[in-house]
Design a protein around this ligand. Structure first.
Ligand code: MEV
Length: 325
């Protein structure tokens, strides 16, 4: 691709508390992280025009070239077909390069980040203004292709670009900014990829059927943690945020969402002085987020000695608050 005509970026996300419970109406808290996905869009060269959109992933998030053709994975074909249906024939002339350091399948919002960066990039490419509601509609449609029936928390935090409280209700999602927040820094330890958010949500629903009141009691407990964590964040008590993360992890383990690898990383994190550690997102693999003070190098070294890669990330701060999409 020659020089891109437009470039857009969207952050990844961390759920501090409330994954899965949010599907059943509990409050959750999520934050955007600096690690994210970049999308560059240009016109395909003349000899390929009409054959697009062609997505080229230059890793590590996505590697290879993908189109609507049968050789591409079904999920990407569906996403590309959605974009062509939504934005029409001019999409067939587009070359899209996807670049980013956010690892996929780790509960870090890679699909929401890709969806939001893509939609923003496409609107920018066609010089169309984008309202937030429109962005949300398209991002939800793409997330539904990637995830099944998402609660909406992932793309909401990626779009809002600030720490949010989130709760599902019969009238649609309630989203509120949590502010002010103290400086938060995380070491993110990478374990094997999870089995897909769609499967994780479906399997938890099956387990819940056997123990409805016990599961719902845990969701209530997680809801209480979210309320307490919101207060702790606003009053700058980060040690308490860490403690609450640890309690949430206990509940997530009780819901069979943890794994021996996740438990191991949480133990290493605590022994190495992290304020708190837990899985984030779908669970059953993915990543462990450890809230740290200091530079996190000791913890990264300890993870590496145990055989796990990690990276350090912080809350993404938008240069200016967007009023539109
Ligand atoms: C995935 O990041 C969070 C889940 O709660 C699913 C969802 O809310 O859509 C597991």
């Amino acid at each position: 691709m020659s020089a891109p005509d437009v470039v857009s970026y969207a952050p990844g996300k961390i759920i501090l508390v409330g994954e899965h419970a949010v599907v059943y109406g509990a409050r959750a808290i999520a934050l955007p992280i600096k690690t994210g996905i970049r999308v560059a869009i240009a016109k395909l060269p003349d000899e390929k025009s009409g054959q697009g959109p062609i997505i080229r992933g230059v890793g590590p998030f996505l590697m290879g070239e993908f189109s609507q053709g049968p050789k591409s994975p079904k999920i990407l074909r569906e996403a590309l077909s959605y974009l062509v249906e939504a934005f029409g024939m001019p999409m067939l002339d587009l070359a899209i390069v996807v670049d980013g350091t956010l690892p996929p399948g780790r509960g870090l919002g890679s699909s929401a980040s890709l969806s939001v960066a893509l939609i923003r990039g496409i609107f920018r490419y066609f010089s169309k203004s984008l309202l937030k509601d429109e962005l949300k509609k398209h991002a939800l449609a793409l997330e539904t292709i990637f995830h099944g029936q998402p609660s909406g928390i992932d793309h909401s935090v990626v779009i809002e670009e600030q720490v949010i409280g989130f709760r599902r209700s019969d009238f649609g999602p309630q989203i509120w900014p949590i502010t002010p927040i103290p400086e938060l820094k995380f070491v993110v330890g990478i374990v094997g990829p999870h089995d897909g958010t769609k499967n994780a949500v479906r399997e938890l629903a099956e387990r819940r059927k056997r123990h409805v009141s016990l599961y719902d009691g845990i969701f209530l407990g997680l809801d209480e943690i979210a309320q307490n964590m919101e207060e702790a964040l606003k009053s700058g008590q980060i040690a308490k945020v860490g403690e609450l993360m640890g309690i949430a992890q206990g509940y997530l383990n009780a819901l069979s969402l943890s794994t021996p690898e996740i438990e191991r990383l949480c133990t290493i994190a605590k022994r190495t002085g992290a304020l708190g550690a837990k899985l984030t997102g779908a669970g059953g693999g993915g990543a462990v987020i450890a809230l740290i003070e200091g530079d996190g190098i000791d913890l990264q070294r300890a993870f590496l000695e145990a055989g796990f890669q990690s990276f350090i990330t912080e809350v993404f701060e938008a240069k200016e608050r967007r009023t539109d999409g």
